[in-house]
Design a protein around this ligand. Structure first.
Ligand code: NCD
Ligand code: ZN
Ligand code: ZN
Length: 428
């Protein structure tokens, strides 16, 4: 079946300046632009800008075992609504994804849903306990794309060393939640002036910086590919910057919440803002933005971490860590930072950049590439409405904010995975 996607612009130097073009694809593969071909189906891009579908390297989809928070269907539908065509899911589920059969069944189930593609991360250690390596080769064979004990920290340095070496021999990246658990202790927010004034237990920047320093040394030792997840502090970023200058193979991601929120938000005592690593200071957020600008930060990832409203309504000491953001990440980053970074750079940070981190073929809209694409509307301002979320987590730090850059059409493997109602405020 041939599909034509009409009325779309390509991302050029000047936003909105390009001519309206038509992109053709057949059976999930791009045929080319403006062809003289008959089509069986026509999609309308409504004047939006078409880019390769976004790639998410870090999302908690909670299946199996925590479906009250999220499941594959709600999580991948939410991802498609956020413009993503590919999602790397975290393995801190119940049970943990440390079993090749589970990896296979998750991928098979996701394929049947028709939303974003699932490319699961598997646990680095059995049960994410840090005691024994998981069966990395078999997990890779089953479809796991990276190994991580995210949700937990890699306290045993020797185990991480072994994991890095083994993963490297398989050609895969190890992704780490870099916080020293003993230093982080029972901290519920960033340790600093705000935690002191609120009398809440703090988690110091040193917990992250010290762990990043250790892990960078393990990357140096092994020559393996280390990816640091959700980097949150200026200090840790500086360590990555120096490591890169030294030629160490290390990559890192930052999350929208660490760029747009600070520990001041905790003055509300709202556990919605409780996340690991914690929201830091304005100076940290600015340093992360500079890291994006100068290339020290490799890509954006959401760390979409849904929980039930009941869980997040508990007090700060009791509530679980995590902020969901997969449905708003792109418009949020675009609206806040297009003037600093430029739209093309922001798109890159959500597309080629994560692919490069994982060592995947770079996404493209040229002939022969998979028909995974997203149409972005840079013009229409729409409000963040949690009632419209596909995610089960119907709360957001950005609820009520007016944003631009919303995905209006997401196509995965040539099939429509998401389409937004054409006018805002018509359906709610
Ligand atoms: N980031 C979080 O605050 N929470 C994540 C775990 C994690 O990413 O470490 C979760 O699974 O909820
Ligand atoms: Zn983590
Ligand atoms: Zn995470």
């Amino acid at each position: 079946m041939i599909t034509r996607l009409q009325n779309v612009k390509r991302l050029g130097a000047e936003l909105g300046a390009g001519a309206l073009e038509t992109l053709f694809f057949e059976d999930g593969v791009i045929l080319g632009w403006n062809l003289d071909r008959q089509a069986d189906q026509t999609l309308d891009g409504r004047g939006g800008t078409v880019v390769p579908a976004l790639i998410e390297l870090h999302a908690h989809l909670r299946e199996p075992g925590q479906e009250e928070k999220e499941d594959l269907e709600s999580g991948l539908a939410a991802a498609a609504a956020g413009g993503y065509g590919t999602v790397v899911s975290m393995p801190n589920t119940a049970p943990v994804v440390d079993d090749p059969a589970l990896v296979r069944s998750l991928i098979a189930k996701a394929e049947g849903l028709g939303y974003a593609r699932l490319r699961p991360a598997a646990a680095l250690t059995k049960g994410q306990k840090g005691e024994q390596l998981a069966e990395l080769a078999l997990l890779k064979e089953a479809g796991a794309v990276t190994f991580t004990d995210d949700g937990r920290t890699n306290e045993d340095a020797r185990m991480l060393r072994l994991g890095l070496e083994y993963a490297h021999s398989l050609g895969l990246v190890v992704s780490v939640h870099a916080e020293d658990a003993t230093l982080r202790a029972d901290g519920v927010m960033n340790e600093g002036a705000v935690s002191e004034s609120l009398g809440l237990p703090g988690n110091p920047v040193a917990a992250e910086a010290a762990r990043v320093a250790r892990d960078v040394e393990l990357a140096r030792l092994t020559g393996a590919r280390l990816h640091i997840q959700h980097l949150s502090s200026a200090r840790a970023l500086e360590i990555v910057r120096r490591a890169k200058a030294d030629g160490i193979v290390v990559t890192c991601e930052v999350c929208p919440h660490h760029l747009t929120l600070t520990d001041e938000a905790l003055r509300s005592f709202d556990a919605m803002y409780k996340v690991a690593p914690p929201l830091r200071t304005q100076a940290d957020a600015e340093a992360l933005l500079e890291g994006l600008r100068d290339g020290t930060v490799d890509c954006l990832a959401t760390d979409h971490a849904p929980h039930t409203s009941a869980e997040k309504e508990r007090d700060l000491l009791q509530a679980p860590f995590g902020i969901p953001s997969i449905e708003v990440a792109f418009p949020l980053m675009y609206t806040r930072f297009a003037d600093v970074l430029g739209p093309a750079k922001i798109v890159e940070l959500f597309t080629s950049a994560p692919a490069r981190v994982m060592g995947w073929t770079l996404p493209s809209l040229e002939e022969g590439a998979p028909a995974d694409l997203t149409v972005l509307d840079f013009e229409t301002e729409r409000e963040v409405k949690v009632s419209e979320f596909k995610s089960k987590a119907r709360f957001s730090p950005w609820a009520g904010e007016k944003l631009r850059g919303w995905p209006v059409l997401t196509v995965v493997g040539g099939r429509v995975a998401f389409e937004r109602a054409s006018r805002p405020d018509t359906n709610s």
